[in-house]
Ligand binder design. Structure first.
Ligand SMILES: [Zn+2]
Length: 438
C-alpha cells in the first residue's frame, strides 16, 4: 500500500520518551527499549515440546532483512541473507503465539500444510522513520536482523509490517531450503561471553546480551562494570526481581578503535564498533546504529534473545525497540532509570505513559485501540484493565488513558512500574519461560 504523506508512526516509544524527558530535564534523553531482568522462582524444568522437535532443529537461523520505502513508494521487505549455527536460545513452546502484537511479525510456515510453525513479533526503526518529514520525499533502506529456530524442512519465512491502524503495510515471503549450499554456517562465536547473572541453560532462560559500543580494549573493565550496574538495576524492579531466576545476563567485550560514540550535532564522529550515533532523525537524544548486520555479525553463535547496546558516553539518550534492541548511554546520571524504562519498551512491549501539552504526536490514532497493554483509547471490545483510568498518555493529553497517575513508563523519578505494566511484563516473562500444560 502507499505510504501516506504523514504516516502515523508506530514505533513504540522513542518519540514519547524524547518529548517527556526533554520537557522534564535539561539534560535529557529518551529512548526506548530494553532489557533485562529478574527472577524468582527456580526455573521450571521444561522439555522441548514435541511440536518443536518435529519442526525445528536445536539450531538458529539468522534472517537479515532490508526494509525500504518513503518518498511515496510502497514499503518493501527484502531478504539480504541467511546464516545458521548450532543452538537455539529462544522458546520451544507457544510456537505459534506472540508475546505481544508488535508492529511486525515474522512467521515460519509449512508450505505443504500452510500451518504456522513459529511466529514472533517486533517493532522497527524503519517504521519510526516513516513518520518523519524526511520520509515524505526520500527513499531509504534500513537493516533488520531477526532470529528463528532452524526449520528441519523446507519452509516459507513471512515477514509482515503493520501500521498504526493495525493494517498490513508491507510484507515479504522467502523460501528456506535446508539443502541450500549457499547457506553459511557459523561454527563458533567470535567472542567469549562473561555471565553476569546465570539461572539456567539458554533453552530455558531468557537470554539477554550486553554489547559495548565505544569502549576501547583498555576500557573492558569499565564496560563490565557498566553492564553489571545496569543489569542489577533492571533486576531490582518488580516483576523482574520476583522472576530473576528466569533470566541469564551475559556480556561480551567487543573493542572499539576509539572511545565514545558519535555526536553529529556537535560535529563529533568516533570510530566505534557499530557506528552508533545520537541525533537520529534530527533528535539529539536519539541513539541508534544503522549497522544491524555488523552488530549481529559480532555476536553470531552466542546464545541471545534480547540485546542491550551500552554506549560509552555520559550524554543523555538511548532508544528501545520492541524485540529488536535497546541502546542506552551508560554514563549519564539518568542512565539507570532510563535503561529500565527502555527495557520496558524493548522487552516488555510497553508504551510511554507520558504526554506533554504542546508536544503531542499522532503516533496513536484516537479511534484505534493501541496494542500495547498500558495505554487505551477505549476502542477495544472491553476495558483493557480493571480499575481507574487517567487521561493522558501515549503523547496525547486527551483521548488516550493510562492506568496509574505515575509509573516507570511515565516518569524518571518514579521508582517502580504501575500494576498494569508490572502485570504485562510478568505475562511476557511467563510466556517465554513457562512450559505449556501438556
Ligand atoms: Zn505503567
Amino acid at each position: 500500500m502507499k505510504i501516506p504523506a504523514h504516516p502515523l508512526s508506530f514505533c513504540s516509544s522513542l518519540y514519547t520518551d524524547y518529548i517527556l524527558m526533554t520537557t522534564l530535564k535539561s539534560h535529557i534523553l529518551h529512548l526506548l527499549i530494553a532489557l533485562i531482568l529478574l527472577p524468582a522462582t527456580a526455573m521450571q524444568a521444561s522439555s522441548p515440546s514435541e511440536d518443536f522437535t518435529t519442526a525445528f532443529a536445536d539450531s538458529t537461523l539468522r534472517v537479515d532483512l532490508i526494509m525500504s520505502g518513503g518518498g511515496g513508494i510502497e514499503a518493501a521487505i527484502s531478504l539480504q541473507g541467511l546464516k545458521k549455527w548450532d543452538g537455539w536460545a529462544g522458546r520451544r513452546h507457544f510456537l505459534n503465539k506472540l508475546p505481544a502484537p508488535g508492529n511486525g511479525t515474522i512467521e515460519v510456515i509449512d508450505p505443504l500444510s500452510a500451518d504456522t510453525l513459529y511466529r514472533n513479533s517486533f517493532s522497527t526503526l524503519f517504521q519510526e522513520w516513516l513518520s518523519t518529514d524526511e520520509a515524505t520525499d526520500t527513499q531509504r533502506a534500513f537493516e533488520n536482523t531477526l532470529l528463528l529456530p532452524l526449520p528441519q524442512r523446507e519452509a516459507e519465512i513471512r515477514v509482515t509490517l503493520y501500521d498504526a491502524r493495525h493494517s498490513q503495510m508491507a510484507s515479504g515471503a522467502f523460501r528456506y531450503n535446508p539443502g541450500d549450499p549457499l547457506l553459511p554456517t557459523v561454527r563458533a562465536p567470535h567472542y567469549e561471553p562473561t555471565y553476569i547473572h546465570r539461572s539456567g541453560n539458554p533453552d530455558q532462560a531468557i537470554d539477554i546480551l550486553f554489547i559495548p559500543e565505544g569502549y576501547t580494549a583498555a576500557e573492558a573493565d569499565k564496560f563490565m562494570e557498566d553492564a553489571r550496574r545496569i543489569s542489577s538495576e533492571i533486576l531490582s524492579y518488580e516483576p523482574y526481581r520476583t522472576y530473576r531466576d528466569r533470566f541469564n545476563i551475559s556480556a561480551v567485550m567487543i573493542p572499539s578503535a576509539e572511545s565514545g560514540v558519535s555526536l553529529p550535532h556537535k560535529g563529533v564522529w568516533r570510530d566505534s564498533a557499530f557506528g552508533a550515533h545520537f541525533y537520529t532523525f534530527g533528535i539529539k537524544k536519539y541513539l541508534s546504529s544503522p549497522n544491524m548486520r555488523r552488530l549481529h555479525d559480532a555476536i553470531d553463535a552466542l546464545p541471545y534473545e534480547h540485546i542491550v547496546l551500552l554506549a560509552n558516553t555520559d550524554e543523555y539518550g538511548g532508544a528501545g525497540i520492541y524485540n529488536n534492541y535497546l541502546m542506552t548511554a551508560a554514563g549519564n546520571e539518568l542512565s539507570l532509570p532510563v535503561s529500565v524504562h527502555e527495557f520496558g519498551h524493548s522487552f516488555g512491549a510497553l508504551a510511554d505513559e507520558y504526554f506533554y501539552p504542546g508536544k503531542e504526536t499522532d503516533q496513536y490514532p484516537l479511534d484505534v485501540e493501541p496494542w500495547e497493554a498500558n495505554i487505551t483509547t477505549n476502542h477495544g471490545a472491553s476495558p483493557k484493565w480493571e480499575g481507574p483510568q487517567y487521561e493522558g498518555g501515549g503523547y496525547r493529553v486527551k483521548g488516550i488513558f493510562r492506568p496509574s497517575e505515575t509509573c516507570r513508563m511515565r516518569d524518571n523519578d518514579y521508582p517502580e512500574f504501575c500494576p498494569v505494566c508490572s502485570s504485562a511484563i510478568e505475562k511476557i516473562i511467563l510466556f517465554y519461560t513457562a512450559p505449556p500444560a501438556e
